[in-house]
Design a binder for this molecule. Sequence first.
Ligand code: NAP
Length: 282
Amino acid sequence: MNIKGSTNIVGLIGHPVEHSFSPPMHNAAFKALDMDYAYVAFDVDPSNLKSAIEGAKSLNIKGFNVTIPHKIGVMDFLDGIDEVAELIGAVNTIDFKDMKGYNTDGIGAVKAIEEVTSIKGKNIVIAGAGGASRAISFYIAKYGADSLTILNRNIDKAQKLARDVSESGLIGNVKSDSINDINSYLDDADILINTTPIGMHPNVDVEPIATADHLHEDMAVFDAVYNPNETVLLKEAIKAGAKPVYGIKMLLYQGAESFRIWTGENPPVDVMENALRDTLNL
Ligand code: NAP
């Protein structure tokens, strides 16, 4: 990387940030397109969030990704928030041109799924009702799914998310239930999404949220877990003849969308994916 007096800085704020895969992914993209940009990770203590944003503005930083624990708190320091990010209630990308916040996590998942099937008109079942599920659920609604069923261990959380998505007016048919009843929803599902950490390293050999006998070949199965690459759920999906969608693709496309927002350029997705795979040893 050739950092010069003219180099544009973008980066990540979070706490901690040292294991982030975003710097190699974005820097590989800038290098491939010969763009005068560099991506840096900044560890920002929550007590310093406001001064970090103000300082970044003063330093003419062009864009930030935002990760845990700042995705909600940072919204207080922005001038505008994208419509869907506002509904989600969390921001993972800031464009300093207009101090506007976006949430590209949900877009990332939608783009990952749309590599194998379209969202429009589909019956979608999502397991989990935490941050990832919230981001994905609103984008699924925006992209024209026919129905969304949110299943969670804590049913109150599933109900609240279902109510919020329904009140957005983006989708007519939203249900919620216990994750224990997942099998009764799978026959009619076109797309199953896992946003629970079940199957994540090091607990890779656990009981998946669904087994092959309840999945079918006309469905796509997306697992937000990206370590391991092929989770126990995706193994079951493949066994059933369903189309697997890997968690790494959500990481890739959330980064690609942030890149597009900051630079206005088309992201070199293949280059970014290779850098991501190298970093994650996949
Ligand atoms: P979160 O906010 O903590 O939510 C976790 C969700 O999983 C909750 O709904 C929780 O249910 C459920 N859950 C946790 N352990 C469970 C268990 N043993 N059995 C059943 N349900 C369980 O976390 P998050 O930020 O949404 O992240 C969730 C997963 O998505 C993580 O594995 C993360 O690595 C992955 N992720 C991937 C990407 C990507 O780009 N690929 C991006 C973001 C997140 P309760 O409400 O009942 O506790």
